[in-house]
Design a protein around this ligand. Sequence first.
Ligand SMILES: [Ca+2]
Length: 218
Amino acid sequence: QQQQQQQQRRHYEELAHKSGFSTEQIKNLHKRFRQLSGNKETISRANLDSIPALANNPIKKQIIDAFFDKRNQRQDDEVGSLEEIGLEQFLMVMSHFRPPAHKSGEEERQAARRQKLRFLFNMHDTDGDGIITLVEYRKELLSKSGAIGHQAAKAIADAAMLEVASTNAPHMAPDDFYEGITFEHFQQILKGLEMESRMHIRFLDVDTTTMRCGKATS
Ligand SMILES: [Ca+2]
């Protein structure tokens, strides 16, 4: 048993190195992983689909997709979707929300922020071509339009996109075609938002500021 524990510890240390989490955080996240997977080696879409906390989330589909999105594995920018994810892949996705270390410098903070924005951007850029188009944005609004109705959702999407277009591409000639939001635009749009403290994801009952599961105890 001692040998097993040692093996576990080494495994956690390796994962800590890859993901940037502490071994303590990994222990917590591994616990959550086991809950989500039903004590299996991998998590499937069906596992996440049945999380009660996600049931009424308007962007449930996008959240689940993000977990299986290859772009969020940090290895390359390969576009595509995984069928299932193991613990390491789960950690890599969660690491986008890792709180910056207390002593991290400005450069590190900027990099962390960029990473989170990229994650959000990818959630909207569903085909992975680097641009959030009106069509993608419409589709997203339509998928959660239930109460407001499709026509209204479509109108909202168009109006929002137009506003983005006018504030981000003010020097366009009238005949220029507005393709959509690039990552650079996206960063501009969200410039004022303080991500570090606000961007929590509570959908897995994991408080991302501490990476602890369940209700905050502090
Ligand atoms: Ca796109």
